[in-house]
Write a protein that binds this ligand. Structure first.
Ligand code: SF4
Length: 394
């Protein structure tokens, strides 16, 4: 069930009890409870040890076998010679004046579905606020979708992330901020990448996040945002356990949307909204539509009225995100046009809220994640789950 990275070396090491080289160790991060149970049986241990391992990694956030006090010492030692919990390395931490932290993470090469993946870099953002913390995570390194208002698009797609690499961003951000945890954790899949183009690893990670015996997060507190990948929306709707669904709309006509989101040529508004109408919502569920307001482009009251017509009859809310000034050739909307847009939606019965992106001063805001090295570095932190702080050196 696990990809064999070096079967002969592992067999010899198992027989002799010798420690494998770090790169040859199998990574347990991202494995489900069933995987870990089966795996323990594979190495001659009772299956319930797999459930204990699962609890230690995801519920207790233990990334070192020696700290897994629910396992016997001999098993801790045995696991450490053969396996690893592959947490990413924090290359940099950028601290925003609003308290958000942007993490620049280095991912080692990964084994994904039998294929070897090259090292990559991604970003995650931790945003504390009263009573909760929100963690924005990446699902791919770079992105192939080419939204014109997004700096990540300029990276192109580097590679898909594994389930472990997706989960690790949440585990790591929580562990980094373990001294001041808020009672509620929100996770938004709005960092680098299009989640529905990396479907299986994203769902594998989400199942562990949403499992009450895993990370124990609430389905209402995790939001997956898509640029409008229609087959992915349809597939997600069929999942038994799934997060909230958000759709990045950003335009009121196909012509407008084609100009800023080329994915619209493949999945035009008619097909997208049809998939949304047919999305099987639970009694208290609704769809969220995100709308980045680009000054003078898509922020008129006519746009707002067309948006209201497009969403007519659906259980939705709209998040209006004023464009973050940056390197791309767009301008922020005026305060007046933001308000008029919101009012025009409200007048047509569409609940709309203005969401200002956080972390703009450290390139952590919506559309800004492009591995920038600019921003204030967090002063040295004594220790982190991925080892000594790298932030202090730069
Ligand atoms: S907005 Fe999202 S889907 Fe579009 S290019 Fe950026 S990361 Fe990709």
């Amino acid at each position: 069930m696990f990809p064999e990275t070096d079967t002969r070396a592992r067999a010899a090491a198992e027989a002799s009890g010798a420690e494998l080289a770090p790169a040859a160790k199998r990574d347990l991060l991202g494995k489900s409870r069933e995987d870990l149970r089966a795996f323990m049986q594979e190495i001659g241990e009772p299956a319930y040890r797999g459930a204990q391992l699962y609890h230690a990694i995801y519920a207790e956030r233990r990334f070192d076998f020696a700290g897994m006090t629910n396992l016997p010492a001999a098993l801790q030692e045995r696991l450490a010679t053969q396996f690893r919990i592959g947490m990413p390395e924090i290359s940099r931490r950028f601290l925003s004046s609003d308290g958000s932290v942007r993490y620049l993470l280095s991912l080692a090469g990964a084994d994904a579905q039998g294929a070897s993946e090259p090292p990559a870099r991604v970003e995650a953002v931790f945003m504390p606020s009263a009573g909760r913390q929100t963690i924005c995570i990446s699902t791919q390194a770079g992105c192939a979708v080419e939204c014109r208002f997004c700096l990540t698009a300029q990276l192109g797609l580097v590679r898909n992330l594994t389930a472990g690499e997706i989960l690790a961003q949440v585990l790591l951000a929580l562990e980094e901020n373990r001294e001041s945890p808020a009672p509620r954790t929100n996770v938004v899949l709005m960092g680098q990448g299009e989640p529905l183009l990396n479907y299986e690893p994203v769902m594998a990670a989400l199942r562990i996040m949403l499992d009450q015996k895993g990370m124990g997060l609430g389905a209402r507190h995790i939001t997956l945002s898509t640029s409008g990948i229609v087959p992915g929306i349809e597939r997600l709707g069929q999942e038994k356990v799934r997060p909230k669904q958000a759709i990045s709309l950003n335009a009121s006509t196909d012509e407008e949307r084609d100009a800023i989101m080329p994915i619209n040529r493949k999945y035009p508004l008619k097909a997208l909204l049809e998939a949304c109408r047919e999305y099987p919502l639970g009694p208290r569920e609704y769809l969220t539509f995100e709308y980045v307001l680009l000054g003078g482009f898509n922020d008129s009251t006519e746009d707002a009225r067309r948006v209201a017509r497009l969403l007519n009859g659906m259980r939705v809310k709209v998040n209006l995100i004023p464009w973050n000034p940056g390197e791309l050739p767009y301008r922020p909307p005026s305060a007046e046009s933001i308000d008029e847009f919101r009012q025009a939606l409200f007048a047509k019965g569409v609940p709309a809220f203005v969401r200002y992106s956080r972390g703009q001063d450290v390139n952590a805001a919506c559309g800004q994640l492009a591995l920038s090295e600019r921003g204030s570095l967090v002063p040295a932190i004594a220790s982190s789950p991925s080892g000594p702080s790298a932030a202090s050196s730069a």
